[in-house]
Ligand binder design. Sequence first.
Ligand SMILES: NC(=O)c1ccc[n+]([C@@H]2O[C@H](COP(=O)([O-])OP(=O)(O)OC[C@H]3O[C@@H](n4cnc5c(N)ncnc54)[C@H](OP(=O)(O)O)[C@@H]3O)[C@@H](O)[C@H]2O)c1
Length: 272
Amino acid sequence: MRIAVTGAGGRLGRELARALRSHDALLLDRRALDVTDPAACAAALGGADAVIHAAAWTDVDGAESAPADARATNVFGANNVAAAAPYVVVVSTDFVFDGRASAPYDEDAEPDPLQVYGETKLVGERAALLANENVAVARSAWLYGAAEPDGFVRAVLQRLEAGSPFEVVTDQVGSPTYVADLAPALVAMCEQRATGTFHVANSGEASRYDFARAIARAAGRDESLIVPVATADAPPRPAARPAYAPLRSTRHPALPPWEDALRRAMPDILGA
Ligand SMILES: NC(=O)c1ccc[n+]([C@@H]2O[C@H](COP(=O)([O-])OP(=O)(O)OC[C@H]3O[C@@H](n4cnc5c(N)ncnc54)[C@H](OP(=O)(O)O)[C@@H]3O)[C@@H](O)[C@H]2O)c1
């Protein structure tokens, strides 16, 4: 089975490359395939049995000032990829939800994104499902991995290294997810040709503050440097974030608890 990956140079894409080491894999970074080009998608993906579509505009704040660019990648790109291949897993996000829930979101919950990024990802999901009946949408959340140069985990470790106290918000709650747990689950979805919408995230929930403290503990750093703050008292950001958007699934086996995933991840993160 030949599995292609779009966005193969990204955080998830690089981990998918690892998960597909013993497969017939076609790894397409942005230089190899710009997903906004429908003819290029048809040419690059037509010969694959399955595609994991990990390419996306992921700059949540930047999307607010460049909505057409975010839409081109997240909506038209998802449509182009879904139309080009026999089977596609489209990776999506918890940011399709408004975060006003009081319990974790399952696949039947109604999306209602708060910002341009979430809106473009939601329309992209729908475009892909319409373009091809053999599509799975896999929503995940708060991704982190060992090989990433930036991202929340890396930022927290840098602040801890600097040694001065810093604030992290307590009222944004989600499902931190280790890409090394997510990537094999996406490959398994291809092998099973799962279709429909799935929530695929490490189980449990954490605030950004909880997550930052756990990062400090797992890395053997001083967690007391991390100071709780409410979003309303933190520096404003262009895009609103959902307050409470953990994911749970009624359709996909739960991934391991996020605390366990973080402990497993930390040696690789520190060694990268
Ligand atoms: N990061 C998270 O916390 C998170 C949470 C939930 C869901 N997701 C979803 O998970 C997927 C993977 O995200 P990630 O964290 O791996 O993001 P990432 O590191 O930003 O990777 C996305 C990749 O897509 C590429 N890309 C952007 N525009 C493209 C285009 N027009 N054609 C082809 N490639 C393009 C980017 O290339 P350049 O870097 O060269 O622009 C980048 O390599 C995305 O669908 C994202 O929405 C992410």
